[in-house]
Design a binder for this molecule. Sequence first.
Ligand SMILES: Nc1ncnc2c1ncn2[C@@H]1O[C@H](COP(=O)(O)OP(=O)(O)OP(=O)(O)O)[C@@H](O)[C@H]1O
Ligand SMILES: [Mg+2]
Length: 254
Amino acid sequence: MLEGSVHQMVLIGEIFATYRMSVGGEIAIVKMEDYPVPERENSRCYREYLAFRLATKIGLSVPCTSLRQDPQYGRLSVQQYVHGATKPTQSFLERIATRPLGMRIALFDILCGNHDRKPDNLLQLGTEIIPVDFNTTFQITTTSCDFDQETDIILARWFQIRGMLSLKPTHRQLLVDEARRLVERLDDSFLHSCLAEIPTPFCDSAEAEQVWDFLASRRDRLHASVSSWWDKNIAPLHLFDDDALMIAIRQHTR
Ligand SMILES: Nc1ncnc2c1ncn2[C@@H]1O[C@H](COP(=O)(O)OP(=O)(O)OP(=O)(O)O)[C@@H](O)[C@H]1O
Ligand SMILES: [Mg+2]
């Protein structure tokens, strides 16, 4: 049984069986794959681990996450709890969105197929921003021809209309550079070694093979998709002069 957990378990997931609880004397975010919790769904725990491994490789500070099997609770993901973090404010999110770190989070969500990004799933710690919650990633729900559309949706949601209006050619450089960096860092052998680390009860070889195909094909299309998103959506905005953009922003925020 998880040490010291019994008296300190707090169910924090509104949809999933996610707890804040003590593991080995440390507070952790624990997601449960087997333990039945009334009115909550069980998680696929390997997703949290895999996202942690991939994110760390590209310089995102997803908290340290491990997988374990507990005699009482079954399969679990255990993530280090970030003390003192808060939900980011809207103005902080607007500022971070167009910085390299913010862009990296958006690109990582495109790679992983994460459609659940929202302020609740971002932790602010001083000037640092930490993405969490990869419950719904790596799912083969879309065909590869929808990838451009997914890029469109995730980036438009990330920058928001006001942010998109303020994007400049220098931001294109940052975004495309971040995409290239992500593609280079997550090479075939790294993807294979991360998947190989996941014990079979959490993800069998057939599913691991599918996740590999999903990740490798999205990675290979990412850079082109991001560039064409910019050319299609942002380049036309530069036809407006600064005054016209300011009027459009004011109208939007009214
Ligand atoms: N490592 C962490 N450190 C501190 N707080 C965290 C951490 N991970 C998650 N949280 C907080 O706990 C909340 C729930 O976590 P998370 O979204 O990962 O669980 P969930 O199972 O998806 O929950 P839900 O069912 O509500 O979607 C987050 O919104 C965040 O506020
Ligand atoms: Mg969540």
